[in-house]
Structure formats: structure tokens, C-alpha cells
Design a binder for this molecule. Sequence first.
Ligand SMILES: Cc1cc2nc3c(=O)[nH]c(=O)nc-3n(C[C@H](O)[C@H](O)[C@H](O)COP(=O)(O)OP(=O)(O)OC[C@H]3O[C@@H](n4cnc5c(N)ncnc54)[C@H](O)[C@@H]3O)c2cc1C
Length: 617
Amino acid sequence: MANLAFATALLRHRLQLLGSFLRSRDRLRQPHAVDRGTLPEVGIGTGVRHGSICRGPLAYVTLRGSGHRRKVGYDSQSDGLANRVKDGGMAVLDLIPRAEGAELDNGEFDETFDVVVVGYGFAGGVAAIEAADHKAKVLICEKMPLAGGLSICSGGAVRCATDAADAFAYLKASNAGKTPDEVLKVLADGMVNAKAYVEQLVACVEGAALKPTEFSGKGGGNYPYPGWQTFYHTQVDVPPTFDRAKHFPKVRTRPSSGGPGMFWVIDTNVRNRGIDVRVSAPVKRLIRTASNEVRGVVIGGPNGDRRIRTRRAVILACGGFEANEEMKRNYWEGTPVLIASCRGNTGDGIRMAQAVGADLWHMWHFHGCYAFKHPDTDFPFALRVKRLPDWNPAKKNEADVKMVWIIVDQRGRRYMNECPPYCQDTSHRPMHFMDSETMSHPRIPSYLITDERGRKTYQLADVRTNDHQYAYDWSEDNTKELELKILRRANSIEQLAAEIEVDPLALKSSIERWNALCDRGVDEDYGRPAGTMMKIDQPPYVFGQVWPTVSNTQGGPVHNANQQIIDIAGQPIPRLYAAGELGSSFGHLYLSGGNIAECFVTGWVAGREAAVLEPWG
Ligand SMILES: Cc1cc2nc3c(=O)[nH]c(=O)nc-3n(C[C@H](O)[C@H](O)[C@H](O)COP(=O)(O)OP(=O)(O)OC[C@H]3O[C@@H](n4cnc5c(N)ncnc54)[C@H](O)[C@@H]3O)c2cc1C
């Protein structure tokens, strides 16, 4: 009987293979689904309105058809969108614009500030506070209706260090020569001062405190590079009266996440200083002189564009390009890579900096993991797999939380350590492999496989988003996801193989091999720590497709130790600064908590440097 079941499953698999070959051949013959348009010329961009559609590049568009379901798409140019609206009888529900470039100063301005900070996440907030404390008149412009960026969705853990020389040694080794020493030195020194800085911010907020260090995550860097023992995390503790659902009703995070509390502390400091904050105020273009000195910005808004003069400088703190599909396709091998948290980060800082000649770095590098997709194709965010504790390769035997799943590729073969030292950061990397014989990416998507015991062990995924329109809460026992078919069940390996269209013999051998390795307590194939291993032998099997996912990008404009953006000739672009993950220093292996530490350090450097510049004119 067993042989007959296998023979049937094998035959079904062969037929499925033929079917998918024919389908993919047909797909290749179809025109590209996305209207790519053409990129605007640097220095041009009129912001002319066309019906209800703001002309110019758009990153994200939500349309609704008469009586039909909503459609969502990414367009490079609104002209493509205009045609779709005209031809399809659709109405525009939601537009997220992208910045266009730079234009020449024509001497006309609507308002004047000393410093404009573009983007309001942690980096923008800290840069604004620091500039205001140096007596600058500051404006923060946030593109989205809600502030917080992806910072507010984060764990809020700030990487700190007890010794600057050790921190520098670690950062130097873990960046593998991709970031200059002087830039890393500033970050290392800053990590030593970061705890005191957060303490100062917290002191101004009634009821807020610092979490005791021992409860702020395990000490030590993620990898055993020189100096790794110097690191620890700092997080904010909120008072019991702090109701995050009331303060940030649209934000979804784990209850223990420190991001909302940290943003509350930063925002209170911003408000206390009377800093002007505008939301739904996208910065669309830089304004520059003929000699490329930055003089201001053009911002959009409900009443049309406004030209803002910046007497001292512009600080770009507008995040990365997690939500710019075109840039992700260009810079990364695997596609698609899902976004985790914030639709506002569409690479605007990169485009605007490029428009005034900036050089770029670290564009390939992103912080991410693997995640499920929501079946509603409108839903823009990834459903990231559960975050298990990180482990340091020097202390591998201390990893002791079971990971209840394995990952297999589209041939049913296991191919990676599903639980690498910092799963939330590097686990997407093996997924980008291209098989040049089949000319395909057989690991995108992959399949996560567990069993009924695994399903009952814990919530398999969660969602961390900051969005005015979309939210989803993963159920604690994973049953809602079974109903939604994000997860599915199969009673036998043969049925599972048929469902995911793989060779049943290959899948059977992968699962049996995994269970044998669990019995031996050693993952001889991919080195997963023994303490994380759990057999998959209690059907029904539970499975779902998983995709590489970006939490945040590291690439962007090159900056020097003063956070000045550097052009392709190696010179600072006058009056233009970067802060936060936009052009992060992390160019090789990320350090957990490092991006938020960087928001603080680069925010305070850029804020101070911008504020003390001599004003022009
Ligand atoms: C789920 C999750 C957990 C994380 N946990 C941690 C952690 O614990 N520790 C850590 O160090 N890192 C963590 N990270 C990474 C870290 O949170 C981010 O790298 C960091 O917060 C980015 O801050 P930022 O201020 O540079 O950008 P953001 O917080 O993303 O802010 C950028 C803002 O700029 C706005 N913007 C974009 N374009 C424009 C424009 N043209 N005009 C105006 N505004 C614009 C965006 O809408 C956005 O609000 C995490 C990331 C995720 C996704």
C-alpha cells in the first residue's frame, strides 16, 4: 500500500512539474506587470496635479474599482497610474509619493527654518532635538500620516558599550573593510555615551525610566569578533499608566517591544522643545544652488507644495528603501523581498542625495529574515516568523529555545540552518541562491514545515507594522492562520509533498534525515544548535510558504564622520547631512541594537553639526 501511495504521489509530482514548467513559460511571455515609466530628470519636477492624481513618481498606490475588490500596486510614474484609473474605472484611495530629486534655487520661499529634518523616526527625532538644543529653529517633515517610521515597530534596544576601543575593534572586524575607521570610531564612541543620552531623554518624561541592564537583552555582540564582550543593550521602561494602544492605535508590535515606549520618550522631548512637526508632509525635492549647495526643500501637503528655505542645513533621516520595489529589484538578487513594517521608506533620501551627486554604499546589505505572506494580496506587509533568542557562536551550547520548524526548498530539500546566530538578521541570505542550471531561484518561496506539536508550542509568527491603513494580528494558537490558509495541514508526507508540489521521496528523506539528526542531537548538515532542534513527527504536518523579508535596509548615501553626505568625487555636499539607517555604517555583518544606536549617534552628530553651521546669505 505504502509503495502504491508513493508511486501515485510521484506521478502526481511529475505532472505538477510539467504544469509549473508550462505556466512559468507562459509567464515569461507576458509583458512586465509593473508600469515602470521613466525616471524624472534631476532638477525637474513641477508637482502639477492631474485630476485627483498628483503627477510625479509614486511608490505605492491603492485603487478601488466600482463594486470590485481593491487593487494595490507600485508605480514608478503617476502617468501609468492615470491610465489604469482611466481604463479600469478605478478610484484612488491611497497614494504614497516618492521624492524626485533636486531643483535650482530661484530665490522664492514660503517659509524659513535653520534646519529641516526629513523623516520622523528615531533618527529624525534625535537629530531635531540636538539641533534645537544648539539653538536652531527646526522643522520635521514626515511623509506618512503617522510619525514613527519603522523605528516605532522595533524592539527599541539601543546597543551600548562599556569600552570604546573594544567597540571599535568589533565594528572594524564585523564591517570587513567596508566602512572607514573614522566613521566607525564615532559610532563606537557614541555607543559608550548612548546610555547616558537615553537617560537624559527619559529624565524629561514623567514616569519613564531605563530598564535595568540585566533585563535589556543578553550582553555581548552577536559574533565572537575582538571586543564583543563590551556590548549590552539599553531600553526604555514605560510607566504602567502608559497605554500604547491609546497613544499609537495603529501600531502593531509584540507587547514586550520597546519601540513604542522609546518613540513616546523621543516625541515628548521633541514636543517639549516646541519643534515644528508636520505629518503628511512629504519632502519632494531638495533645493540647491548652481554650485550644489543645499538651500532648502520642497514639501507636499494637502494645500499644495511649499518651498522651505533652510538657513543652515537639511538632514535626511528618511530611512531606507524597504518599500521601493524597483530599487529592491535593482540592488538585490532574490525577488520578491517582502517588507516588514513601514510603507513610507521608499528610498527618497537616496534619490534626493543622488540628485545632488551623492555616492552610495552598502546597497546590497539588509537586515531581514523569512516570513509568511497574507493571502489578501492588498495586505502589504510580511508576517515574520517568531523571533527566537539570538546565540553567539562562541556560546552555541547556550541556545536552548526549540525552533519547531525546518525550511525546505521547492524540491523538498533542507538547505540551511534555520536558526543562525542572529536569525532575524541573516536567515534570508541563503534564500537568494540562484540555480543556474534551471535558471530559477528554487528557495523563493521556500516552505516552513512543522507538525501539530509545533503548532501548539507557540505563536509561529507576528506582525510589526506602523500603517494608517493596514493591520493584522496573528493568533496565539495559529488557528486563524489555518483558517486563512496562511498555514495548511497535511495528514501524511505524501499529502504534504502533493500540496507543495515536490518529489515525495525527496521530502520524505529530508524529514526522516532531520528526525534522525534530532535523535543524535547534532545537525551534521547545517550546524543548527542542538538546543533548538525538535523532531517533526506528530502529524498532521503544518506548513506554509515563506519568503525573504526586509526589516530595514543599510544602504544609502556615503557619509563622513560628521554625517555630511559625500559626493562621487569624495567631497561633502554643502549643507546636506544623513542620519539613521539611511546610508548606515553596517556594511557586512550587522550588530543587533546597532541601527538604533546609530539613530542616536548619527542623529546627535548631524543635528549638532547642522545647527552650528554659519547661515548662508
Ligand atoms: C520589527 C523591527 C524590529 C527592530 N528592532 C530593532 C532593535 O531592537 N534595535 C535596533 O537597533 N534596530 C532594530 N530594528 C531596526 C531599526 O528599528 C531601524 O533601522 C531604525 O529604527 C530606523 O530608524 P530611522 O529613523 O533611520 O528610519 P525610520 O524609523 O524608518 O524613519 C524614517 C521616516 O522617514 C519617512 N520618510 C521617508 N521618505 C520621506 C520623505 N520624502 N519626506 C518625509 N518623510 C519621509 C518615513 O515615512 C519614516 O517615517 C528593527 C526593525 C524592525 C523592522
